[in-house]
Design a protein around this ligand. Sequence first.
Ligand code: UD2
Length: 312
Amino acid sequence: MASDLKFIVTGGAGFIGSTLVQTLLDRGRVAVIDNLLTGHEANLEEVRGQIEFHNVDIRDAAALEPVIRGADTVFHLAAIPSVPRSIDDPVPSHQVNIDGTFNVFRAAALGKVRRVVYAASSSAYGDTEVLPKTETMTPLPKSPYAVQKLLGEYYGSVFHSCFGLEAVSLRFFNVYGPRQDPASPYSGVLSLFMKHLIARTCPTIFGDGEQSRDFTFVEDVAELCWKASQASGVAGKMYNAGNGNQYTLNQIWKLLQQMEGVNLPANMAPPRAGDVRHSKADTSAAVRDLGHAPRVTIEQGLKRTLEWYRGA
Ligand code: UD2
């Protein structure tokens, strides 16, 4: 039975946020804050009658505060994502990801919210010499986006130590799955791969395609967000929210072609500025402290994602 607790999801009309909304629905009342810049109302179609929707920009502190006041947990996922977008157009991403994040923490502290779960990014690690990447490593951000997301973690920890807000940061590792929007050149690579696979066109791979990522299925991330909101002894801390796997882009594109029985060689283009070379999460701290238990293998995740894009 759902409780009377109120959960807020900023960025709840995005692909990760809308998946989290579904996870929260039978656990309490859910309100979404989203300005629909990169999110879409269609992502909330199935749950429309069951949630509150607030078309609010997190840069607008005055509009944010009354919505957040009195909530049990704020899941702060609203952001302008993408490493290259933060290089091409750094001002909006700075304003949303840093100023907007400050506004969310401040509204939560003023509004006596119990806990904020903050969507941080694996990009904070940059190019570490050692894999997998563990939470104790020194951050080496390589792009404005990576700096912005890292700063949000620091604010979370300081809002805990200075203002008593229970903030927990989760470093998301290349999340993919249904509803990820492939419409922009800044879209996540797997959404673009899906689009090309279905259209039977060749994708572009930046660099040699041997860069690797810890691709994490969206439902596993949503479930971890919930666990991070409930775990004890974790306030002020940061955890990897990855799957613990590592695949190169060449491997994934090959796998997808095999799944569809097609031959669509990728167009190779120069590497992107700010790109991290390899990424793989050490999930042991999240498993130990949060009960993280990612369930979806890459084969299952790609299959389910592909089915969704085919129907969309
Ligand atoms: C970063 C973070 C991720 C998340 C995300 C949000 C890392 C390791 N990961 O993802 O955790 O915060 O930002 O935006 O920093 N690529 C192509 N062809 C394309 C598009 C992309 O080859 O058409 C390449 C791209 O150069 C990169 C890889 O695919 O090497 C993944 O790119 P992405 O934009 O999907 O995500 P990434 O790794 O920047």
